[in-house]
Structure formats: C-alpha cells, structure tokens
Design a protein around this ligand. Structure first.
Ligand code: KIV
Length: 264
C-alpha cells in the first residue's frame, strides 16, 4: 500500500527523475477518484471559480470558498499531497495577511499552499515557510494578474519577459518554496529553469521538460465549457452526464421509472 506523499517525497521525485503527476479537484468524489488513480498531488485550484462555480475569472472567488472546498477534499484523506490555492488578495497585501490565509488552508487539511507571483511575493513565501507552511510557487502566466498581463497568453516570447521568468524562478526557490508551477511558458525556458532549479517544476502548457505536469480536472474530463489549447481531454463526461439525465427525464415522463424494484 502506498504511503502519504509529503513535501520531502515530492522533492525526492526530482532527484529520482520520477515524473510528478498533479491534477486539480474541488470536491470529495473527484478527489477520491484522483487519489485512487494514484496522482502525486491534488490541487484545490482557484480555477474552481471558472470550471465549477461559473465565474468569469479567478479574481471573483473568495478565500472562504477556497477553504470550504479544501476541507471537502481533505475529508477524503488523500495520500496525494494536498495543495490549497491562495486566491486573489489573500496574500498580496503583506506577510500578516498571507500567514492568516495560509493558516486557514492548513487548518482545513491542506499539506501546502500555492501562490502566484515571483520576486514580488518572496516576503510572503518566506513568512509562510518560516511558520511551517510549505509553499508551491506559480510563475509565468499568473491568471490572477490577467488584467495586467493583457489576457491569458504565453509568457517568455519577449526578452524582458524571459529574463523576468528566470529571476522569478530563482527568487521563489531562494525564498523557500518546495516546488514551482510554470504556466504557459515557452517550452525552452521551462526546460532551462527545470535544469537550473533544485526544486521540482510542475508545468501546465509549458512543454515536456518539467519535473511534473498539472492539468485542470474539468478539462481532463471534458466538463469545462472552454479549455485552453494545451489541455488534453481524456474523457467526455459532459455528454455522459447529459445523456444519463435525459434518459432519466424520459423514463419519468413515460412512467418507466420508478419500476417495482425501486419501491419495494
Ligand atoms: O487554479 C489552478 O487550477 C491552477 C493550475 C492551473 C496550476 O493554478
């Protein structure tokens, strides 16, 4: 029987050159499925805002909503490392706010937190790590800053952006993060960062050279209304759900359901 994955085991995977598998989950049933499938890490991502709660972007989700769903995933007691995603404005204003928010995630059952940003959030990362809360960084495309970035676009095509990503990667590692997500970064840049850093890099839309990959569950299962170009769909659960519900509706209307075995 495999054991609980902690931050040390996560780091060891880079040393052993074992690919790290991460996926998002936001509720108990899908967290159980992900854990039984043997992923290394479950992220309660703020992507939940869009794929679960129908919001327009990730700026709209609250800390309370993130904590409630982290608690739901934690109830499954996953073996996978459970990472809670710190939402917009739960850490940017300073270390005190970051510590208060980080503590709520850990009390809800998270093994670690993730926050977006590079050089500009190193104080927050340092404070969280000093308080005993492991931190996963997130650089490249940071969706919480899509207004400033001018949309959801690949990062690193311009020289200044490329230089900034290298600085961010080093800064996040130096501040004490145990791992870093590289989102929608030019693949060659992700490769070089992965070679340079001693902590694992987890890619999404940044090519095959990272130490691991992460995808949004609803993109993988075909439940998202819209998916980014880099997300591979492994199933079409939306059609399966719609067809099952429509068969149920048809049977109720025709009187076929409930048949005697359902009301004995
Ligand atoms: O919120 C999320 O799902 C994420 C992943 C895309 C890394 O941050």
């Amino acid at each position: 029987m495999s054991e609980k994955i902690n931050v040390r085991k996560f780091l060891k995977k880079k040393e052993l050159k074992e690919k790290i598998v991460m996926i998002t989950a936001y509720d108990a049933p899908f967290a159980r499925a992900a854990d039984e499938a043997g992923v290394d890490s479950i992220l309660v991502g703020d992507s939940m805002a869009m794929v679960m709660l129908g919001m327009e972007n990730t700026l709209q989700i609250s800390l309370e909503e993130m904590i409630e769903h982290t608690r739901a995933v934690a109830r499954v007691k996953p073996k996978a490392l459970l990472v809670g995603d710190m939402p917009f404005m739960s850490y940017e204003t300073g270390t005190a706010r970051a510590l208060e928010s980080g503590a709520l995630f850990v009390k809800a059952g998270a093994d670690a937190v993730k926050l977006e940003g590079g050089e500009e959030v190193t104080e927050q990362i340092r404070a969280l790590v000093r308080a005993g809360i492991p931190v996963m960084g997130h650089i490249g495309l940071t969706p919480q800053r899509f207004l400033k970035l001018g949309g959801y676009r690949m990062i690193g095509k311009k020289k200044e952006e490329e230089e900034q990503i290298y600085r961010d990667a080093e800064a996040v590692q130096e501040a004490g993060a145990f791992s870093v997500v590289l989102e929608y970064v030019v693949s060659d840049i992700a490769k070089r960062i992965t070679q340079k850093l001693s902590i694992p890099t987890i890619c999404i839309g940044a090519g095959p050279h990272c130490d691991g990959q992460v995808l949004v569950l609803h993109d993988v299962l075909g439940l998202s209304a819209q998916s980014p170009p880099f997300a591979k769909r492994y199933a079409d659960l939306y059609s399966i759900a719609r067809d099952a519900i429509s068969r149920y509706a048809k049977e109720v209307r025709s009187g076929e359901f409930p048949s005697p075995e359902y009301y004995k």
